[in-house]
Design a protein around this ligand. Structure first.
Ligand SMILES: Nc1ncnc2c1ncn2[C@@H]1O[C@H](COP(=O)(O)OP(=O)(O)OP(=O)(O)O)[C@@H](O)[C@H]1O
Ligand SMILES: O=P(O)(O)OC[C@H]1O[C@H](OP(=O)(O)OP(=O)(O)O)[C@H](O)[C@@H]1O
Length: 220
């Protein structure tokens, strides 16, 4: 059995079609259920000598539908062998996971933004869901700021003047535009990643490599 921690929400919505394109087994009944653990209908059967065949192997995959920020925790503790989660979450987490593949889905950018009139003012207060990354970013620039951790709707903090900077994801830019905000700097490109627990990657390497190879093929 291989256990996969899948970041629910945008990441799962964007990556599951790729997962299916790759010919990998879909988590049974995920659409209709409030359950959080799902089994894949079939997985690869690893033939002797390491050549994967398509022989059906019921329930060989188990999916855990997790909050994005918790996926690195499940993987690093080894209760999930692999995980699918945004690079933003991997970097913000202090958990140790082994990154295997850029899935090129749920693509966006982590940016510093704010009201245009603050662009040439020194940064003082920064609202974000990424306190660790924001702290690293401003420290690396020698800017002493107060980080204000928030749970979401980060743009609001800039609109109402709680912060003069936000450190948040931008995809289309429409949330910034709708709130009269502009990008000051682009920090990193973000996309969904396939990650693994290091010890699982040693003990279940053939199956994990097969999944990774199929996903890589489907991306092209
Ligand atoms: N606007 C966006 N466009 C594309 N991908 C995004 C966007 N916003 C977030 N993501 C990606 O999706 C992930 C978050 O998905 P989602 O927005 O469904 O969860 P969330 O609501 O932020 O999580 P939580 O429920 O923990 O608050 C992020 O980690 C990032 O990798
Ligand atoms: O550039 P855009 O295409 O407008 O996307 C960016 C928005 O998407 C994310 O928010 P999300 O919808 O996940 O809500 P949240 O702020 O509550 O996390 C992100 O935090 C931005 O607010």
């Amino acid at each position: 059995m291989l256990t996969i921690a899948l970041a629910k929400g945008r990441t799962a919505d964007d990556v599951l079609p790729l997962w299916m394109d790759a010919g990998l087994p879909k988590p049974d009944g995920m659409d209709e259920s409030r359950s959080l653990v799902f089994h894949g209908g079939a997985a690869f059967n690893q033939a002797e000598g390491g050549v994967a065949s398509n022989v059906v192997d019921d329930n060989a995959l188990r999916f855990l539908l997790a909050k994005p920020a918790d996926v690195p925790t499940y993987v690093s503790f080894g209760v999930a062998d692999i995980g699918i989660v945004g690079e933003d979450v991997v970097l913000e987490s202090a958990r140790e996971v082994y990154e295997l593949l850029d899935l090129k889905k749920a693509e966006c950018r982590l940016c510093v933004a704010g009201r245009p009139e603050y662009k040439n003012q020194p940064a003082r207060r920064v609202a974000t869901k990424y306190p660790r990354l924001a702290d690293q970013y401003f420290r690396s620039r020698g800017e002493a700021v107060e980080i204000i951790p928030l749970g979401g709707s980060i743009e609001l903090a800039a609109v109402i003047g709680l912060a003069d900077r936000i450190f948040d994801l931008v995809q289309t830019g429409s949330t910034l535009v709708a709130n009269g905000l502009v990008i000051f700097d682009e920090v990193i490109q973000v996309s969904a990643r396939l990650v693994a627990n290091r010890s699982s990657y040693r003990t279940k390497r053939r199956l994990i490599d097969e999944i990774s190879a199929r996903l890589a093929e489907a991306i092209r």
